[in-house]
Design a protein around this ligand. Structure first.
Ligand code: HEM
Ligand SMILES: [Ca+2]
Length: 823
């Protein structure tokens, strides 16, 4: 058992001062260094390159002790280790392990962003007289609302019923979604009628103009008369005014972008990189292939193209996808249409509701046919209001702030944040160090139902069997969270809890250091420090560990080692693109394990079923379980990212939900670009025939796609992306690598409060920034898991390895602390 390899190490004083290298003085970066590297990768190792001469017996001599750096101080080291490049290790004075700076190759220079950020897609045009359709749109919407009143909440305690917990909503989002729907209906009705009357509105104008050489030319222009620019009846929300000198982020993300203060605010729409594939170009789901015949069922694609077996990755630990899920909850939270009182729609029973998009299940389905199940419920995404009321294809409404700002933890509206705060000492509310419990104000019909489930009425799974799990203590019904998805599975709840404790740990220390600061100042400063650490860990560990080291370095996605970033660009759109949220980032679903490993301090291994912990954080109340789960999370290998999914999410989720099938259908719901369109955008290749596919995937995969789809241009983005061969050194295929890379580039360059930005209201000082760069996932776990958790491998998103990533004591020099004394 590798796990406890480091526990016997002498415990010496905690390293929290400057880096332990006496002779290493990093060269100050020039602006040119930083910008020519585009992401600002500064080669701090160059001077030491010759430092390790081979010894007489041909072995490399051990490096001098002052050459030794903590693992996390080498930007993006995770990416190198993931690709099998062993770090050149060395020992600190306390005997713990570090990386030899002199023997670590310098990163390649950055050549440019993953994709050139580009201007938003042009709006659609509205024909003359669009306003006369407003009344019919209102009538259609009223009819939908009347239908909804007649629909009772009859979704039985099925797997889908539990899945609807992902989509809890609030009255404001439902109201906004319906208002946006009305605008979309106006555009739909107007363009329908304009298609019929196209010839009547098309005019031909012939004019004469003088060309450059003085000759007269005849120019003929045919154009469709364009009426209103803005959708009739749509209300433009006035932009708010911002305090430009505020060094703290707002709760809802507004005023991050001073040119467009609402950009990235919670309650606005996601970004769209590529043209939509809505059947009507506006909001109609994509149901037909290019030849006009229906696309294959999402469930059929999932069973025929995606496999279900265990296939664990060697180096990546489960903690990496858990961290990814935490990020995904921060970046977006799309909603679906719900009935009044936040009740879910049963789209298998009420398929006449216009916002239903159930998935058909065939009679020969390998799993569901046994229970005679022919349908999987799915409700359509809520659209967001278009900011300027321009006619555009629908964009899903997101309840999170677009920025990587801890909004999953802190709440994404001022009201959420207030509820989540203790309003004393800058702290967040907790329930004895666990996630806070729901209070009476959060009571909803769904909670009542869940209490019933947990207090004895057992749900049944898709096969009609009484399902295990959901112990009868009613606990999770009390777990609130504006981001209710924190309870979605035990690892996610654990990581949210760890970050919540980190906030309170930081707030407590700041309070000790600054007795004069009030609650508000303590809260905002602690949040600022915690979000900076979250960003640093994301770019230092998660991004290179997912996209690959070379890719991250050359696309400007690694953190700087020294100095400030001049890269903030207010013209870059920071919002998650639908291509990212609804396809590329969901690649993480394939990394999930159905069994969560529990490891005791003595190395004893046990397991907990993923599905038993779904929306049921009760086991975490047991502190011993909490620690064993944390240790298991960094010990257990993640599944590899590919077209193979753990049964626990592939049909057996919540007792009978197929997550990849939902993702494919969600893509059609949101008019997501197809796989060939994304390939064209990312790599410039045209996939006109099945043969062209072989540039991205193996022959078997191409054959399987050919058998499933009528036409190569029809392939859904999620399916194509999951079937790609991995890009060199990455944990993803090249197309998802490009879409995820693009997102993390825009999240960095488009965030005015990004932790290493120069010259902004929220800019840290030199000493503070250097402390923040010591942050690591390992340190966060050490400081917040508690109990007998006292050791961890330095690269905590990779599995421990006796030689390359050995477990070290939490108090060793290998895991430096961020010195909060400088804040
Ligand atoms: C056990 C763990 C997980 C479960 C059960 C789970 C489940 C789900 C479900 C049910 C949805 C909504 C599906 C729909 O559109 O109808 C979803 C969305 C999503 N998941 Fe996961 N997920 C898990 C872990 C992850 C991980 C590890 C990632 C990592 C990258 C991830 C990324 C996403 C993203 C980006 C979305 C879209 C969110 C949105 O549109 O607002 N999830 N997940
Ligand atoms: Ca956010």
């Amino acid at each position: 058992m590798l796990l406890l390899a480091g526990h016997g190490l002498a415990e010496t004083s905690v390293f929290s001062g400057p880096r332990p290298s006496a002779r290493f003085i990093p060269p100050p970066p020039t602006l040119q260094d930083v910008s020519s590297a585009s992401g600002g990768i500064i080669d701090v190792f160059v001077e030491d390159r010759e430092a390790a001469p081979p010894s007489a017996d041909g072995e490399t001599a051990p490096p001098p002790a002052d050459d030794c750096m903590p693992f996390a101080s080498v930007p993006g080291l995770v990416g190198r280790m993931m690709a099998g490049q062993a770090p050149a290790t060395c020992s600190f004075a306390d005997g713990s392990v570090g990386v030899s700076a002199g023997r670590t190759p310098s990163p390649p220079a950055a050549t440019g962003p993953p994709l050139e950020p580009r201007a938003p897609l042009a709006p659609l045009s509205l024909p003359v007289g669009a306003d006369k359709h407003l009344a019919s749109a209102v009538r259609q919407l009223d009819a939908m609302v009347r239908l909804e009143r007649r629909l009772s909440d009859q979704l039985p305690l099925t797997p889908e019923r539990l899945n609807t917990l992902h989509f809890r909503s609030d009255a404001a989002s439902q109201h906004q979604g319906r208002r946006a729907l009305r605008d979309l209906m106006v555009v739909q009705l107007a363009s329908n009628s304009s298609t019929r009357a196209a010839s009547a509105t098309t005019t031909t104008t012939t004019t004469q103009s003088r060309s450059g050489n003085g000759r007269t030319m005849r120019v003929t222009v045919r154009k469709t008369m364009v009426g209103e620019k803005r959708v009739p009846g749509c209300e433009i929300e006035p932009e708010i005014s911002c305090d430009r000198s505020n060094k703290y982020r707002t709760a809802d993300g507004s005023c991050n972008n001073l040119k467009t203060p609402s950009l990235g605010r919670s309650g606005t729409g996601l970004h769209r990189l590529l043209n939509s594939t809505f059947s009507d170009g506006i909001f109609g789901p994509r149901l037909l292939g290019s030849g006009g015949s229906p696309l294959p069922s999402a469930r059929r694609l999932s069973t025929s193209l995606l496999s279900t077996n265990a296939n664990a990755d060697g180096r990546v630990a489960v903690s990496l996808p858990v961290f990814a899920e935490f990020l995904s909850h921060d970046l977006q939270q799309t909603g679906v249409f719900r009935l009044e009182g936040d009740r879910p729609l049963d789209c298998c029973a009420a398929d006449n509701h216009p916002q239903c998009l159930p998935i058909s299940v065939s009679g020969d389905d390998p799993v569901f046919s046994a229970a005679g199940r022919r349908c999987m419920s799915m409700t359509r995404s809520l659209p967001a209001a278009e900011r300027q009321c321009l006619p555009r294809p629908a964009a899903p409404l997101s309840r999170q702030t677009a920025f990587l700002d801890g909004s999953g933890l802190y709440g994404a509206t001022a009201a959420d944040t207030r509820r989540l705060r203790e309003l004393r000492g800058g702290r967040l509310r907790s329930n004895d160090g666990l996630l806070p419990t729901r209070d009476a104000r959060d009571a909803t019909a769904e909670n009542t139902i869940l209490s019933a489930v947990t207090s004895g009425r057992r749900r049944r799974d898709a096969f009609g069997r009484p399902s295990i799990g959901f112990p009868g203590n009613g606990l999770f019904a009390r777990h609130p969270f504006s981001n209710h998805r924190a309870n979605e599975q035990l690892h996610g709840a654990l990581l949210h809890t760890v970050w919540l404790r980190e906030h309170n740990r930081v707030a407590d220390e700041l309070a000790r250091n600054h007795p004069d600061w009030d609650d508000e100042r303590l809260f905002q400063e602690a949040r600022r420090v915690v979000v900076a650490q979250l960003q640093h860990i994301t770019y230092n560990e998660f991004v290179p560990g997912t996209l690959g080291y070379e890719y991250a370095a050359t696309r400007g996605l690694l953190p700087l080692s020294v100095g400030f970033s001049p890269l903030y660009n207010a013209s870059v759109d920071p919002r998650p693109a639908v291509e990212f949220s609804t396809a590329a980032f969901r690649a993480g679903h394939s990394k999930l394990q159905g069994m969560l490993r529990l490891v005791s301090r003595s190395g004893q291994v046990d397991n907990s079923k993923l599905t038993d912990g779904a929306f049921n954080p009760a086991p975490l109340v047991d502190g011993g379980f909490f620690v064993r789960l944390a240790r298991g999370m960094i010990d257990q290998p993640a599944e590899s990212t590919d077209a193979n999914f753990a049964a626990a999410v592939h049909g057996e989720m919540l007792g009978g939900v197929d997550l990849p099938a939902l993702t494919i259908q969600r893509g059609r719901d949101q008019g997501l670009a197809t796989y060939p369109a994304a390939v064209q955008h990312c790599h410039g290749n045209t996939l006109a025939s099945w043969n062209d596919y072989s540039a991205f995937m193996d022959a078997e995969a191409v054959e399987a796609l050919r058998a499933a789809y009528a036409d190569p241009s029809d392939v859904d983005l999620y399916i194509g992306g999951m079937m790609e061969r991995h890009a060199e050194g990455a944990d993803l295929g090249p197309t998802f690598q490009c879409l995820v890379g693009d997102m993390f580039y825009r999240l960095r360059v488009g965030d005015r409060f990004f932790y290493d930005n120069a010259d902004q209201a929220g800019t840290f000082d030199d000493a503070q920034l250097n402390e923040l760069r010591k942050a690591s996932m390992a340190r966060i776990l050490c400081d917040n898991v508690g109990g007998d958790f006292d050791g961890v491998q330095p690269m905590a998103m990779l599995r421990p390895d006796e030689r390359e990533n050995p477990i070290v004591s939490c108090s060793s020099q290998a895991l430096p602390r961020v010195n909060l004394g400088v804040f």
